[in-house]
Design a protein around this ligand. Structure first.
Ligand SMILES: NC(=O)c1ccc[n+]([C@@H]2O[C@H](COP(=O)([O-])OP(=O)(O)OC[C@H]3O[C@@H](n4cnc5c(N)ncnc54)[C@H](O)[C@@H]3O)[C@@H](O)[C@H]2O)c1
Length: 378
């Protein structure tokens, strides 16, 4: 068994949504050990949380700059090897930049940065650094999403006709209708979230799922946002028409005001020979449809699945695995890359996914602001 990879965590404190997902995911395949962190901007909260989860407090730092400075003083075989960036969006870029400049691998939450320009700066830096950079588009880690990708790659659908991805949530209803509340959450503050709320937070996952599963790129798009109130500058709902390679067309629908919806990410890919449909809230069922035959349901862990899909299951069929396992699969792929072991290019979303994501977010905003016009992606 190789030694565990020394992991640092930035953000993801006890008050956060995503911290527990990363901590558990890093633990699941026994590849990582959390050795240092800045879980919170407040040092006392930071140390208290480290004590609560039993992370030694000698490498809990007052802020991110101190973490890099102090870690660099340690011998290389003790130093943090990879840092997970789990803070609000505006901190991703300065943190990732400094980490790459100082020889650390990076696992970064999405959206990777708040601007396309920043994303391209990181891309250049990464190319020079030779380090590993994973962007945690969590849903690509699900075995049935991987299966869909591999079957589409092998030609199961023939020529693709139409793609439809939607990501519907309703949580912002409790905030958006109250003037005070809507000016107090970071996801509606452009200084912290970037130029988009809904498309930047969840539409970008739907975008990534389409490019991940089809292997095709979106070439141009037309977007219509809803901001709900005049004093709110951040989209909370959006519909995007897309044109892809090979004359494939489709739609991305994203909403944070879809009343009653929880985490309704769903994707459907329709082709000449058949279609796939998958829903995040029922992740262990992949539907293969056809005009002439009964619906087939693919499930994880069976020998009929692809190598990439099977690599993402740990238990025999019928033992449901979920979001923690999907994120764990991304951490597993990143661990292989960090150790210089062989890995499949579908095992974790990369810098390219991060850059494409920012290109998408900026294009949707440009399309809406220019009067709902078609905009080319680079
Ligand atoms: N992959 C996914 O499916 C997914 C899901 C949810 C959130 N996210 C992403 O994860 C990131 C965090 O989202 P969240 O919902 O957990 O946010 P959150 O507001 O719940 O938590 C943010 C955490 O960062 C900490 N933090 C803030 N400033 C910091 C600083 N300067 N130094 C260290 N820690 C700091 C906060 O104390 C808190 O613990 C966002 O970029 C978001 O887009 C991704």
């Amino acid at each position: 068994m190789p030694k565990k990879i020394r992991l640092g965590i930035l953000g993801g404190g006890g008050d956060s949504l995503i911290g527990v997902l990363h901590r558990v995911a890093s633990f699941i395949n026994d590849n990582y050990e959390i050795v240092g962190a800045v879980f919170n901007p407040n040092y006392e909260d930071n140390v208290n949380f480290a004590k609560e989860i039993d992370v030694p407090t000698n490498r809990i730092y007052k802020d991110f700059d101190a973490l890099v400075e102090e870690e660099l003083k340690l011998p290389e075989d003790e130093r943090i090897q990879v840092c997970s960036i789990l803070t609000p969006n505006f901190l991703h870029f300065p943190m990732a930049k400094k980490l790459l400049e100082n020889g650390f691998h990076v696992i970064c939450e999405k959206p990777m940065t708040t601007t396309y320009e920043e994303a391209k700066i990181l891309q250049d830096l990464l190319a020079k650094s030779g380090k590993v950079f994973a962007v945690t588009h969590t849903y690509t880690g699900y075995p049935m999403v991987r299966q869909m990708r591999e079957m589409i790659k092998a030609g199961a659908l023939g020529k693709i006709h139409k793609v439809d991805a939607r990501y519907y949530q309703g949580w912002i209803n409790a905030i958006i209708h109250d003037k005070e509340k809507r000016s107090s959450v970071w996801r509606l503050d452009p200084k912290k979230a970037g130029i988009s709320s809904c498309m930047g937070d969840i539409g970008v996952h739907a975008f990534n799922m389409i490019e991940f599963t089809t292997g095709l790129q979106i070439k141009s798009l037309l977007c219509d946002f809803n901001y709900m109130y005049d004093d709110n500058v951040m989209d909370v709902d959006g519909t995007v028409l897309i044109r892809m390679d090979k004359n494939v067309k489709g739609v991305i629908r994203a909403s944070q005001v879809a009343t009653g919806e929880e985490n309704g990410l769903a994707i459907a890919i329709y082709g000449e020979k058949g279609a796939f449909r998958w829903e995040q809230e029922k992740p262990n069922f992949l539907y293969k449809m056809s005009d002439t035959e009964p619906v087939q349901i693919y499930k994880p862990g069976h020998a009929y699945n692809s190598e990439l899909s099977l690599d993402g299951t740990k238990l025999p069929p019928g033992h449901p695995e979920g979001i923690f396992d999907a994120m764990a699969n991304i951490y597993l792929g990143a661990a292989r890359a960090i150790r210089g072991e062989k890995y499949n290019d579908g095992e974790f979303p990369t810098m390219l996914d991060g850059v494409r994501g920012l290109n998408f977010i900026e294009s949707t905003v440009a399309s809406h602001k220019q009067g709902n016009v078609w905009v080319d992606m680079e």
